[in-house]
Design a protein around this ligand. Structure first.
Ligand code: NAD
Ligand code: DAU
Length: 343
């Protein structure tokens, strides 16, 4: 089996590659990644010399590069992770988000159609359903109601992917996962940011009242789900993938401080995110019914493993937090903390 992975130097894509290459019948994997701020080849140290693995640096929006890779490698399966994945950045600077998430997906679909791939797995998100009122859960037929540039770009890409099935009979499968966490996650997302700040005794910026609810999915479980979808998923189907672990942000941050042994006083309530979705919740029965997969990592175990990983890898964290990270952090949080101090 030959798999073209896009965005494989990022958080989830790199876990997918490491996990796939550990399996008994490992596929050949071609990892196409532009190496943006969140792409990091250090995440792939464990596989870089594996003869079944090849890295190609390239932009999914660059038609000639994409066509060249498809012609040369003739992948049977595409697993499409590459994206601008951070909601806060998408609010600050939407342009690259729309370009990569929508136009990049289109470019790949065109190449997949021309080169007749056997499966196109599009990795999407629960954010496309928008905020879900209690006690409702979104199943795969739930209407799409994205709230911001990131989720709207993912919803747009989802619809484009499905249109390639209807119009061109491209064998696509769509997956929508909830909030992932685990090792190697760039410290701009809630859990790694809070762990990283707690480890260095910096304030933990909790948006708004902190009562927003997310479903937390351990990244290893997510990648196992994608493996199950490749093997047993049905063409033309959308699968929700959740961790069955719903918590408020305040609860998550409190648990992180407890795990690290730092005081709750490090939590600072700051200015809210514009268009902030209150609650995500999905029904994930379909993937279990079709593939037998269900999440098996409890939040306690997953969080403990994640905290331990960041404690064990201070050099990774230091390198990732150097360079442009400070500039990003100031742009994102100076205003928020300023508002907090005024209060
Ligand atoms: P990430 O930001 O860690 O990684 C994204 C990767 O894509 C990086 O390696 C980056 O270099 C690459 N990339 C970005 N633009 C590119 C381009 N134009 N061409 C080629 N490569 C490019 O993101 P992640 O958290 O690993 O998310 C991966 C996918 O999973 C995304 O599609 C995201 O929407 C989806 N998703 C993420 C979560 C989550 O909680 N992180 C949940 C559900 C779905
Ligand atoms: O739900 C799936 C989505 O999860 C993915 O599609 C996205 O790629 C991924 O970034 C993530 O989006 P969220 O916006 O839910 O994740 P984030 O980690 O940015 O924020 C999680 C919650 O924590 C959200 O309610 C905002 C809040 N938050 C976040 C940060 C970074 C804070 O309170 N403070 C923070 O500093």
């Amino acid at each position: 089996m030959k798999i073209l992975v896009t965005g494989g130097a990022g958080f989830i894509g790199s876990e997918f590659i490491r996990q796939s290459l550990r399996s008994e019948v490992a596929p050949r994997i071609i990892n196409l990644d532009k190496l943006t701020y969140s792409g990091n080849l250090e995440n792939l140290k464990a596989v870089e010399t594996n003869p079944r693995y090849r890295f190609v640096r390239g932009d999914i929006c660059d038609i000639s590069t994409i066509d060249h890779v498809f012609s040369e490698e003739r992948p049977e399966i595409v697993v499409h992770f590459a994206a601008e994945s951070h909601v806060d950045r998408s609010i600050l600077t939407p342009d690259p988000v729309i370009r990569t998430n929508v136009f990049g997906t289109f470019t790949l679909l065109e190449a997949a159609r021309k080169h007749r791939v056997e499966r196109f797995i599009h990795v999407s998100t629960d954010e496309v359903y928008g905020s879900i009122d209690e006690p409702c859960e979104a199943n795969e037929d739930f209407p799409l109601k994205p709230s911001g540039p990131y989720s709207a770009s993912k919803a747009g890409a989802d619809l484009l992917v499905l249109s390639y099935l209807t119009t061109y009979n491209l064998p696509v499968i769509l997956t929508r996962a909830s909030n992932n966490y685990g090792p190697f996650q760039y410290p701009e997302k809630l859990i790694p940011l809070m762990i990283s700040n707690a480890l260095s005794d910096q304030p933990l910026p909790l948006y708004g009242d902190g009562n927003q609810v997310r479903d937390w999915l351990y990244v290893g479980d997510h990648c196992e789900a994608l493996g199950a979808v490749i093997r047993r998923g049905r063409v033309g189907t959308t699968y929700n993938i959740g961790g069955n672990c719903r918590f408020s942000n305040r609860e998550v941050v409190t648990r992180i401080l407890e795990a690290i042994g730092k005081p709750l006083e490090l939590i600072h309530t700051v200015d809210d995110r514009p268009g902030h979705d209150r609650r995500y919740a999905m029904c994930c029965e379909k993937i279990e019914k079709h593939t037998g997969w269900r999440a098996h990592t409890s939040f306690n175990d997953g969080l403990a493993a994640t905290v331990q990983w960041y404690q064990d890898n201070p050099e990774w964290l230091k390198r990732v937090r150097s360079g442009d990270y400070e500039t990003y952090y100031q742009r994102q949080y100076a205003h928020r903390f300023h508002v907090d101090e005024d209060d």
